[in-house]
Design a protein around this ligand. Structure first.
Ligand SMILES: NC(=O)c1ccc[n+]([C@@H]2O[C@H](COP(=O)([O-])OP(=O)(O)OC[C@H]3O[C@@H](n4cnc5c(N)ncnc54)[C@H](O)[C@@H]3O)[C@@H](O)[C@H]2O)c1
Length: 258
């Protein structure tokens, strides 16, 4: 799909990847961009910079997600592209409290389920639409130093696959964005997870948007801004035991001294 003249909704648009996507979609000529975030002031800043529309929503709450979809379609028009991008990093290890696992589950997985539940039937009724899930390379290769993050991003990948295999033939285009490290608030602090994710460097959000626009144009299922990820996936599936061994070595190197 081309972004020009499209109506696009981006969650997590107050910051980082979501803000960069919202800006880029406007530059590509989107008819309207809806910037959604639980951080209302941030969503307003993003919207103000691109003459877009801001909506406050906690994507972990189904009613909030449903309302964003309803309001967007009633006040602006049929959503062509929904970018389910909001995400959280929490639940580093076995000591992490259940609340952190639940938060990751609700934001990193259920937000996509809610959006699809309320939007996909509308899209199918009008012949199709596009749904982008920001998962992560952590959803394909797991996350050293990020137990709940890696697990729930795998769930997001699984859900994206399920959506695509169920509805693609009915006109739904699903894409999964799976970057390694990107320079945002999420990777700002020092942590084992960020050190592991940035082993191949840190990408700027504006650079990442090139890959997203191209991936959407080509209607690719998997959008991999870091090409190394494909090779790592191949190595993982070619020899799981060897891959676990390699990840252990990386883990030990990153945490030696701690
Ligand atoms: N930064 C990276 O290295 C990286 C790598 C791979 C994937 N990702 C994914 O990219 C997405 C965007 O993250 P980012 O790096 O831009 O981080 P970020 O922290 O800059 O942005 C995340 C945004 O999501 C919003 N958000 C969080 N919980 C929300 C909720 N319940 N409801 C509504 N909004 C909520 C935050 O307010 C924030 O504006 C996330 O899904 C993240 O997991 C990031």
């Amino acid at each position: 799909m081309e972004i020009k003249d499209r109506i696009v909704v981006v969650t997590g648009a107050a910051s980082g990847i979501g803000r960069a996507l919202a800006r880029r979609f406007r530059e590509e000529g989107a008819r309207q961009v809806v910037a959604v975030d639980v951080d209302e002031a941030g969503a307003r800043d993003t919207a103000a910079a691109i003459d877009g529309v801001a909506m406050r929503a906690d994507v972990a709450r189904e009613a909030d997600v449903a309302l964003v979809i309803e309001r967007s379609e009633e006040e602006i028009g049929p959503i062509d592209l929904f970018c389910s991008n909001a995400g959280v990093g929490a639940g580093t290890d076995l000591e992490a409290p259940n609340e952190e696992w639940q938060l990751c589950w609700d934001v990193n997985l259920m937000s996509h389920v809610y959006a699809a539940r309320h939007l996909v039937p509308r899209m199918l009724a009008r012949g199709g639409g596009s749904f982008l899930i920001t998962a992560s390379a952590a959803g394909l290769l797991n996350q050293i130093g990020g137990a709940a993050y890696g697990v729930t991003k795998h769930a997001a990948v699984g859900f994206g696959e399920w959506l695509a295999l169920t509805y693609q033939h009915k006109g739904l285009r699903v894409s999964l964005l799976c970057p390694q490290a990107v320079r945002t608030a999420m990777t700002a602090g020092e942590s084992t997870a960020t050190a592991a994710a940035s082993s191949d460097g840190m990408m700027e959000p504006d650079v990442l948007t090139d890959f997203v626009v191209e991936g959407l144009r080509e209607e690719s299922f998997l959008i991999l801004p870091h090409p190394e990820v494909l090779e790592y996936m191949r190595r993982k599936t070619a020899n799981y035991d060897r891959w676990i061994g390699g990840m252990n070595r990386l883990m030990r190197r990153l945490t030696s001294g701690s």
